[in-house]
Design a protein around this ligand. Sequence first.
Ligand code: PLP
Length: 756
Amino acid sequence: MEIYLDANATTPVLPEARAAAIAAMSADYGNPSSVHGTGLKARAMMDEVRACARRVLGAPTGELLFLSGATEGIQMAVLSALTALRKRRESGESMPQLLLYGATEHKAVPEALRHWNLLLRLNLRVRSIPVGPDGRHDLLWLREHAPRAGLVCTMAANNETGVISDLDGIQAALEGSPALWMVDSVQALGKLPLRLADRPIDYAPFSGHKLYAPKGIGLLYVRDGAPITPLMAGGGQESALRSGTENMPGIAALGAVLKLLETGDLVKPCGVLKSYRDRLAIALRDAFPEIVFNADPVLCLPTTLNFSVPGVSSKVLLDLFDAADIRVSGGSACGAAKAKPSHVLEAMGVEAWRCASAVRLSFGPATPSGLIDEACERIRACGASLRDNCLTQAFQRPSMPVDRINRYVVDGSVCYLVADPSSRRCVIIDPLPELTHQLVQWIRCRSYILTAVLDTHSHGDHASSAADIWKSVPAVLTDADTGDTDSLGWPRGSQEIPLGTQWLTRLHIPGHTRDSTAYLLHDARGLRAAFVGDTVMPGALGRSDFDVSEPLSFGPSLKQLEASVGRDTLLLPGHDYDGRYACTLGIEIARQPLVASVLASTMDAQSFAAAKAVLERDLAPTEYQTMACGARVDSCSKMAAAELKPSELLARIEQGEKFVLVDVREPYEHRLGMAPQLGEQVRRQAVPLSSIINAIPDWLSAEPDTTLVLFCRSGSRSAQAAQALRRLGLERTVSLAGGIALWPQQQHEARQVATA
Ligand code: PLP
């Protein structure tokens, strides 16, 4: 059963609201503008809902318009205020210079201010009102700037943190100001007492879907006497202030919600909601003892918690909660290639690590107590899963087997931890400063002995964090024999680094830098993989235009690499911007003409260096805004996505086709999550993306007529991994479209909530 704790994003529609909407679409389907009986009935219903809304919002006077939602309400409020300001300018009156909005306002507000300011050619200065570390407006700042403001926008409560604005304080700060005042009241409805007419609020937008009504219906309150300009002109509905036939099912549904709000039958008393929040906070603390809450509960809506866990990103937390079938949301918008930190937390001055780990948990004010109990139980299971995977500071000895090659990626840079379960020794290759904590925790949690920390070259884009790692690992978990090492961490005088049943050797391959080195991993079966740094990356060669580069050595180094590892050994790169995991010289020969030419000896070292220099001229930064370490000649987007819909998969299984279903989610998700039910004839494997490299050799030598079907939570990680595996020669690899989220419900296996 899904537990939905993302009510600040949207809520399910209440059964009473659903019934009212259906009635307005069936028996009572009239158009309120019609003058016949069917129309009159519809109008009476609409009038009744408006009257109820006036009582619930404490707005006996002024306009109360039905429109599509808060974003439209915000547009209309801003357009109305700015049109009035333009009229003032046109009539030669003195003009305010500022349009102000709270720094933590929903994006709709600053965007609407900028949009209408531009369109109406007002050219006023749009400025954000700073907030303090508690998330509340800086009232001294506001008092100072309010006399020069034409419109001030301050939300009633924040959607990300739940912080309730000090409306009394804002009202006092605005005293004597000519500014109009908009209060975005979306998150306040049903959670805070609202007496709109008791304050000099000019505009207050509301949204139905944030409180159990459907999407597409909202309200805008406009104070009597406040300027008003229609956003939509047409048939003259809503006293010609908002034309267009009214959304009657939405209005009916909103009416049902408002009626229950008025009778007190919908929302739990504030004290009860606070006790729910406290129970959730205790469960979170039990699960993640180092948790930090990002806003003071005393100042917040009783239905919202925003928290961060040291060393655990929002992405990991969201995947973890989703695996436990709890829906929450991250504090950051991930639309860009690099996840942007939440502007709300940033405005509050919250440290970067807390922004990167922030999660919002919000429940509706009608949530039943039993759901909170179940949520608490699952949250504790989430904590146990993280501890069991050594991902929180309060870890426990893990029960999961250890992978030989563990891969970590930060903004396209890759670090590896090579582990040997028989000797409990490990080596880190190309450590990244952002990973120190995680790597040290890995070692401490599993009691492995750190034998070496190696760099494949002196990096141009970051400093090696080898020294920090050595400092942070307890002495008993380091190899006493390590002795003196060179600048890349290799023990001086040693031919190899022994790792129990495995060993590492090195190969000098200058080019990208003078000191570029490949580390070759061997075991009794032979050469297993080569860590090649930036020399060869999937679709690119490391750039060789640095002061420390040796461009003329690059071609010979590639030949040397081929002589040592052949064309089929997995090459593990130091950068992987497109999520391709690995490559081989054979694959790169087919995709990078320069590699093909130099290895076929049709191009000498000099011509190779010259051709490469042309590619590297004016290299743009990566999508992570980091320095590109090579020119990509084989773009990821050129590869076709290979997806299989659940229905197609089921049909092909029925026809007897052979599949292996591979769960690529991380172990902390496996432990909590469901997997598609597909019967005994379909083989299954759990291969987390962080350790997928370990499975590639076996897959490459497996039966050629078997199709690998990768799946994850949403289908996005598995789609990328499927592309990468196809590039590596596993052409029959596909991704399950939509992941577990779109797998038919009845086919899910029973969820096993681990509570250890
Ligand atoms: N204002 C706040 C505070 C919100 O939380 C939201 C929705 O997230 C909006 C405005 C936009 O509302 P709507 O989705 O109805 O346009």
